[in-house]
Design a protein around this ligand. Structure first.
Ligand code: ADP
Ligand code: ZN
Ligand code: ZN
Length: 639
């Protein structure tokens, strides 16, 4: 008799003990009775024989384990590292459908479908040649491909994927959610044929995800392009992982398990001894630091392909109370006259930041969260961007009864309205989460943009990630200061990279320009930005990080407590503080910047450490899983 822990995709660890007459491979999909219901689970680990009566494994599925050894061990490690339930990683790692299918899935390998064109449309630049030569196919190494927008980074990894295809190897390409456009996929399908590619992202149905996943697993397709969850795929016969726009925050999952797909890519590639390419025009300071200090291989592409120069970047002063300066309006006019597209970046969606009573100063706030409600004129409502509650707009102030309600602050809807007034004949399209949440709208807007059907695109961060839109002649950044006003030691890094990425959207065919509206035109950042000098910015910013001991000079673990009672939340975090205070450098405890979310009060503290694995081990042992406490290892957000 053999005993095994069988795990389900739930918030549990280890799983439950079942027995089997015959020996089973770990990682195999099985059917068992769990609390009277037949459930599909995965054989997670060997169990010691137990002194209670166990139930039998009812059925063993598939012609091989769904998780191979590397994958299974990696998942166990990630659960340890991110201090969360193993079952949650199991859930993230496999398509939902595999826990519903109660019959054998055929994993036997199929022949790949692809045609490799013999001819390339162009020769590589010297920099590209050198980049490709420095990437060895059969060894683990992290390569940081740091090149200005339009320098041909994509081409570098396309050629490597091609080499691997010839060797019968597969590739995994991770992209940020909003960069996965039909245009991006077309680049790959033009090169390797559509049938060679599987795509995984959150806008697919459960069935589509499963089918695309299965095709890749069986080797029918050879390239997997996907957003963060695609990193959980069998790495069997995979020869390369690419993380495109490696600094993008969408690689970090913002609910449990709080993993970072980039770090998972590196961990798994190391086990498989294959190369990783991290690509960006604005790499994260952590990655760039590792590259500069020799831990990663630094590959720089310094020139744009062809002769188009990087756009000219100008700072213009924005007069208090205005949304667009005269200079901006003039430049937009000129761009429209040249039949080029204008992209206007506004960091915030909605119409106004908040609604206020002019008589008594009352601000409309979310009853569930400690934030003000955002005024959405289009839907005539007040919305909470934290808990998604929606409220009608009251006619009077609930405190003093006054009718004098005014909106304050700027959102994308207000900028759109302003632009419509100034440019009544222009085709203006807003591009933010409110607009793109309608199915198909995201793709339609990107397509319209490519086909020249949009004169002015007004959008949030989403703008910064379109792929190779050559028609944008002018980029306007409406509010420089707002890009830096987040409670985060990475605020400058995030702001500067957003600007440089957005600027990179302009002038792909002819030289474009960028206008940055600001209240304070000469900050220490403006020279770096004007010169597209991300490296210079890095050089300066890294000194501050060192001085204040922030990553990459240490690692962070954020511990967050929450409770419907504020005192309870405070007590929870104080209990944690007592355990950690003598062992680590700790910032806090304090209230979280957003103190209440969905009716739960929140406190946090941040642990700084240079021995992160030891720290995690300690926390797992001394604190473990407690109600009302969660850990965020390598956090990227501090709200
Ligand atoms: P990046 O990813 O660095 O922004 P891309 O790889 O998308 O840049 O390249 C930008 C454009 O230049 C693409 O249209 C691509 O096909 C083209 N391109 C890339 N490399 C070359 C080259 N060596 N010669 C000519 N065109 C190139
Ligand atoms: Zn009032
Ligand atoms: Zn709310």
């Amino acid at each position: 008799m053999f005993f095994y822990h069988v795990l389900f995709p739930l918030a549990i660890s280890k799983g439950f003990v079942y027995h089997s007459e015959r020996e089973l491979d770990l990682g195999t999909r099985v059917l068992v009775d769990f609390k009277g219901v037949e459930r599909v689970g995965v054989v997670w680990s060997l169990a010691d024989s137990v002194d209670y009566e166990t139930k039998p494994i009812l059925e063993v599925f598939d012609n091989r384990p769904i998780l191979d050894q590397e994958f299974l061990e990696s998942l166990k490690f990630f659960s340890f590292y991110y201090m969360t339930h193993e079952g949650l990683f199991l859930k993230s790692a496999l398509p939902k459908k595999v826990f519903e299918i109660k019959e054998t899935i055929d994993f036997s390998p199929l022949k790949p479908h692809f045609v490799l064109s013999q001819e390339h449309a162009f020769d590589l630049t010297d920099e590209q040649e050198r980049a490709i030569k420095s990437i060895k196919l059969d060894e683990f190494k992290v390569h940081l491909l740091f090149g200005v927008t339009g320098s041909g980074k994509t081409e570098v990894y396309l050629r490597i994927i091609e080499e691997l295809l010839k060797l019968g190897k597969k590739s995994v390409v991770l992209v940020p959610e909003i960069a996965l456009t039909p245009q991006y996929i077309k680049v790959f399908s033009d090169r390797f044929s559509k049938e060679a590619i599987s795509i995984i992202h959150s806008r697919l149905t459960k069935k589509e995800k499963y089918e695309n996943w299965l095709k890749f697993i069986r080797g029918e397709t050879s390239i997997l392009i996907g957003t963060r969850s695609a990193i959980f795929v069998s790495f069997e016969n995979v020869g390369l992982v690419v993380v495109d726009e490696e600094n993008d925050e969408s690689y970090k999952q913002d609910n449990q398990p709080l993993y970072n797909a980039k770090d998972i890519a590196i961990y798994r590639a190391k086990k498989k001894e294959i190369p990783v390419i991290l690509s960006s025009a604005t790499p994260s300071l952590e990655s760039l630091h590792k590259a500069v200090t020799g831990k990663f291989n630094l590959i720089r592409l310094t020139k744009r392909v062809g002769s188009v120069e990087l756009p000219e970047i100008r700072f213009v002063k924005l007069e208090e109370g205005k949304f667009l300066s005269n200079e901006t309006v003039y430049a937009i006019n000129q761009t429209l006259d040249r039949h080029e597209t204008v992209a206007v970046l506004i960091n915030r969606r909605g119409y106004a930041r908040y609604l206020v009573c002019e008589k008594c100063g009352y601000v409309f706030r979310c009853p569930n969260c400690s934030v003000s409600l955002v005024y959405h004129k289009e839907s005539a409502s007040l919305k909470c961007h934290w808990c998604d509650s929606v409220f009608d707009i009251p006619k009077t102030c609930p405190r003093c009864g006054s009718f004098d309600l005014a909106d304050r602050g700027v959102g994308s809807q207000k900028i759109e309205e302003e632009l419509k007034k100034i440019f009544p004949n222009a085709k203006i399209q807003r591009f933010d989460r409110d607009v793109t949440s309608k199915k198909g709208e995201f793709e339609r807007i990107i397509n319209d943009l490519h086909n020249g059907k949009i004169d002015i695109l007004v959008g949030t961060q989403m703008l910064s990630k379109g792929h190779d839109v050559s028609k944008i002649g002018l980029v306007v950044i409406t509010d420089f200061e707002s890009l830096f006003s987040i409670p985060d030691f990475r605020a400058f890094e995030k702001g500067v990279s957003l600007i440089i990425q957005t600027a990179g959207r302009s002038g792909r065919k002819t030289r474009g320009s960028v206008i940055i509206q600001t209240l304070t035109p000469s900050t220490h950042l403006s020279e770096f930005i004007k010169n597209h000098d991300y490296y210079g910015f890095f050089d300066e910013e890294i000194k501050t990080r060192e001085m204040f001991n922030y990553p990459p000079f240490c690692r962070l673990i954020r511990v967050v407590s929450s409770s419907v009672k504020a005192e309870k939340s405070l007590k929870l975090i104080e209990d944690v503080y007592r355990v950690v205070k003598d062992r680590f450098t700790v910032v806090g405890p304090s209230r979280c910047p957003v103190f209440k979310i969905r009716n739960k009060f929140r406190h946090h503290l941040i642990i700084k450490t240079n021995a992160v694995l030891k720290a995690i081990d300690f926390l797992n042992r001394e604190i473990g899983r407690r109600d009302g406490i969660y850990f965020d290892v390598d956090p990227i957000s501090f709200f």
